[in-house]
Ligand binder design. Sequence first.
Ligand code: EPS
Length: 403
Amino acid sequence: MINSLIFLTAGESHGKGLIGILEGIPSGLSLSLEDIDKELKRRQAGYGRGGRMKIESDHAEIISGVRWGKTIGSPLSILIENKDWKNWHEIMSQESRVMGQESESKDPRFLPVTRPRPGHADLPGALKYDHKDIRNILERSSARETAMRVAIGSIAKRFLSEFGITIGSYVTQIGNVKSQKSESRSQNPEFIEIFKKAESSPVRCPDDNASKKMMEIIDEAVQKGDTVGGIFEVFATGVPVGLGSHIQWDKRLDGRLAQALMGIQAIKGVEIGAGFRMAEKFGSEVMDEIFYQKTEFGFYRQTNHAGGIEGGITNGMPIIIRAAMKPIPTLRKSLRSVDIITKEPFEAAYERSDTCAVPAASVIGEAMTALIVADAFIEKFGGDSIGETKRNFDSYAEYLKEF
Ligand code: EPS
């Protein structure tokens, strides 16, 4: 499938910075740096982050594609600097070097990383790319890269907002602590209200009581040198009927969203709407029956088990996606592994890491959802300028009214 919106990121966790390119946003979309930086800040927040977040305060620099506050139709490119680079520029240097020089021997970071951490890309990546220094893998597999996805996703969000589409998220579970407000909803105002509540929670959970318990379980993990995962829910309201398609496996929007969410570091499960819970119910309990009343868009549902997508096509109900994140695999607590050079067993122990990044992952989930929905939106409505996209969209809305 050829995407209407194309994006790429580049950059290592302790390299000079991150670079992103986004192509396919129509011209004439007003865009400010604040739109992007606001989202970057949301990603960096969240109870349970480690020391690195005290160093970084992410800021996007637009390199191309915007002039006088508006997109001009050319590829957008963005740069986010890694503030930590100043402490790493020699270790991450592009110059060729000889290992074991006098000045370097004092800093163990110059030594090759030969001890793969279970749960990371370390071992399969080193074997695949023929690296005897795992740093060459972990620098890119790190979730640092998601800062750029959030920056690019914020532009997709900004685009979608022109058409009344809102994307948000909240955390529904951390460790074994579940939010009591995690059941799927069907009405737009409910989502927005819950989202607002989540925004003021340190763990992005709309349930105050659960928020407190989630922070306690994170504290417990910190004390034990352990980590915790969790579940977050992303929603998109105001999505028109007809995005995605049933005609080919890779055009189905649920599949595209699942890939985008699964592609976030540490995500191990994705479900759309009632998802896995549907499997245990009778068909009559989980189908969203169809009703009609003479309004703008006459067909409506009273439930939304489908999570806004039927047959791979949006049905006009809010899109609901849930993703499960495994506990971060870098632990202070030892895990057994084997040195790739000596083949000797050792117990992996690392100091600096996040204890829980589920709140951050939920913001990244919003960005990925925005990029996929914007891609499907541009695929359906086209337009080289926002004006043209709007004309196409309005004419479709007229057609739906008369259907
Ligand atoms: C990460 C490890 C930590 C996190 C990092 C992701 O970084 P460091 O190894 O430098 O302490 O803070 O996340 C970010 C830097 C970020 O911006 O989210 C990892 O190994 O994935």
